[in-house]
Ligand binder design. Structure first.
Ligand code: GH3
Ligand code: MG
Length: 269
């Protein structure tokens, strides 16, 4: 396989690991490594160099470029197999840890840290595409009273159900929900204008309002509601994520003041 063919396969197949010869008919292996490590879709695939070259400087260069290992020819198949297995295993564990670090332990939806990454990425993407980016802040109403009346474990249960309800309500693949803090969630809605965001938010509000919590020590059905505030902007270099989240926060505040269990849309700029 030539270097160019190999890179195409890496991009289209997304293999678990790449064995890369230092010398290929058309290209230098180090150059291929440098190119692949600069591409977000393939940079995480571990690369092991195979080489007849015993030069420590070459090895150093390869490792610096992001290769995980260097195997010198001639090599034993058993040793190569073992190293491949080790690096695939390491990669799986790293990915599992990364998933864990981005997930809120209580509700299972993405956490605040993940939100910061996603909103920064969508900001850049919408700036390139000159499309509106919307966010909606969701805050459960009178949650403190609910905790105080029915206990913290029940409060936790409500948080899990509300998170799953919002998540199930999202339709587009790029729509996203994260737990922003205590009883607050945030929606990220790329390529969505103010009217679209208000409609998604209204749907989420209704879905939360319609929830039924059974088996609780209450004499009447318990209703959980939430207030939502939206923010929308066509991202530019001047503006920032903080202002967008700030707008949603202010609108959430208005939703609380205007009676709760309601959506306050983003006002057109
Ligand atoms: P408002 O309608 O104005 O939003 O009133 P609220 O009571 O919902 O808001 P407030 O900010 O006064 O209280 C939020 C409560 O959420 C206080 C805190 O104890 C509770 N809380 C935060 N994180 C968790 C959690 O992980 N589990 C549980 N059970 N409660 C939490
Ligand atoms: Mg609240």
């Amino acid at each position: 396989m030539s270097g160019h063919q190999g890179m195409d396969v890496a991009r289209s197949e997304g293999p678990d690991l790449i064995l890369l010869d230092l010398r290929l008919p058309d290209m230098d292996g180090l150059e291929i490594c440098r190119i692949l490590k600069a591409e977000p879709d393939v940079e995480r695939i571990p690369i092991i160099f195979l080489t007849a070259d015993q030069d420590p400087a070459t090895e150093e260069k390869g490792i610096t470029l992001g290769a995980v290992d260097f195997v010198t020819k001639p090599f034993s198949t058993a040793v190569l197999r073992a190293r491949v297995r080790t690096h695939i295993d390491l990669r799986r564990k790293t990915e599992a840890l990364e998933r864990l670090a981005a997930t809120d332990a209580l509700t299972g939806v993405p956490n605040r840290r993940s939100f910061e990454t996603v909103i920064a990425r969508e900001w850049r993407r919408m700036m390139r595409e000159k499309m509106p980016l919307s966010v909606a802040m969701v805050d459960i109403d009178h949650f403190k009273a609910l905790n105080d009346t029915f206990g913290h474990p029940f409060g936790d249960h409500v948080l899990r159900v509300v998170a799953a309800t919002i998540d199930a309500h999202l339709r587009r693949p790029s729509d996203y929900v994260a737990r922003y803090g205590g009883e607050e969630f945030v929606l990220v809605l790329p390529s969505t204008d103010a009217a679209g965001a208000a409609s998604v938010a209204e749907g989420a509000r209704r879905a939360i309002e319609a929830l039924q919590f059974d088996g609780m020590p209450v004499d009447k059905p318990l209703q959980v509601t939430a207030s939502l505030g939206c923010g929308t902007v066509v991202p530019s270099v001047e503006g920032g994520v903080e202002a967008l989240v700030g707008e949603a926060d202010q609108n959430l505040y208005r939703a609380k003041n205007n009676g709760r269990n309601r959506v306050e849309p983003s006002s057109p700029a």
